[in-house]
Design a protein around this ligand. Structure first.
Ligand SMILES: [Zn+2]
Ligand SMILES: [Zn+2]
Ligand SMILES: [Zn+2]
Length: 266
């Protein structure tokens, strides 16, 4: 990685900041930093271009630069990506804060066939703080309460946040899923006065319980008492799956392939 790479990356980010979304497709390689997607999976190019378009819609004046980008001894480029703009439109279902923002994300880039694979060097608490600053995660003292807005954070982001990786983790339990669609919209175990931010459904027996940030945490309790490790989100149109035993996260497309398999067996 050379100074020419630095110039190229910053020039493409300059084009994006000027409103040219295609610059992201020229910048981002199909492969992720530590993972090459399979033929049936979205590429990093597609994922990043999608986020770049979503962010542009939420902040039409969004500018991204990596002013301190420089080659390191490891043959990679390092720097802090700086995102600035005015949060003036909805993002992932959250209404705009109307505020100016400045977000810094340390990044590492490596070359991949003329484009770049990018890694954000963010620990989960830092990532949550960023999501919270733009209204996608409630304040810490309200995490157990019903959500005020119909926010649906993309399940790709949740997977990286929850597992620290893009690749799916192995989980032998997926083959044992028997039910996928809920028949209730309440927690099976909460009282009439209890509240929760979100509901999870057990994919083994269909039990519906309140989520891990709720006060009662009945979904997790169900796993501990029954040994049924897999649950899905049944909040709004979320369809991601979590395995308590393997700490594995699967996006909606995994649920859809399981439902196709179950329909084929019916
Ligand atoms: Zn599992
Ligand atoms: Zn509950
Ligand atoms: Zn169960």
């Amino acid at each position: 990685m050379t100074d020419a790479d630095v110039t190229k990356v910053r020039s493409l980010l300059g084009r994006y900041s000027g409103g040219d979304l295609s610059a992201i497709e020229e910048l981002i390689a199909p492969e992720f930093f530590t993972y090459a997607p399979g033929a049936d999976e979205p590429t990093a190019t597609e994922i990043f271009a999608g986020f770049a378009a979503d962010l542009r819609a939420a902040a039409p004046d969004l500018a991204i630069d990596i002013p301190d980008l420089a080659p390191g001894d490891d043959g990679r480029l390092h720097g802090s990506a700086v995102l600035t703009g005015t949060h003036s439109g909805p993002l992932f279902g959250a209404t705009s804060t109307g505020r100016d923002f400045r977000i810094e994300i340390p990044v590492t880039l490596r070359t991949a066939n003329g484009r770049y694979a990018v890694n954000a060097e963010l620990a989960p608490p830092e990532a949550v703080a960023i999501l919270r600053s733009i209204g996608l995660v409630p304040p810490a003292d309200q995490m157990h309460l019903p959500l005020k807005e119909p926010v649906v954070v993309p399940d790709f982001l949740l997977k990286v946040l929850f597992t620290g990786q893009v690749a799916d983790k192995p989980c032998p339990h997926l083959a044992g899923v028997r039910v996928t669609q809920p028949t209730t919209d309440r927690c099976d175990d909460c009282g009439p006065d209890d509240v929760w931010p979100a509901l999870r459904m057990c994919l083994t027996c269909g039990h519906v319980g309140c989520c891990d940030t709720s006060t009662n945490k009945h979904a997790k309790l169900h796993w501990e008492q029954s040994g049924h490790p897999l649950m899905r989100s049944i909040r709004m149109d979320e369809g991601w799956i979590w395995c308590y035993e393997d700490s594995a996260f699967f996006q909606r497309r995994t649920l859809e392939s399981i439902e196709a398999r179950l329909a084929g067996n019916a």
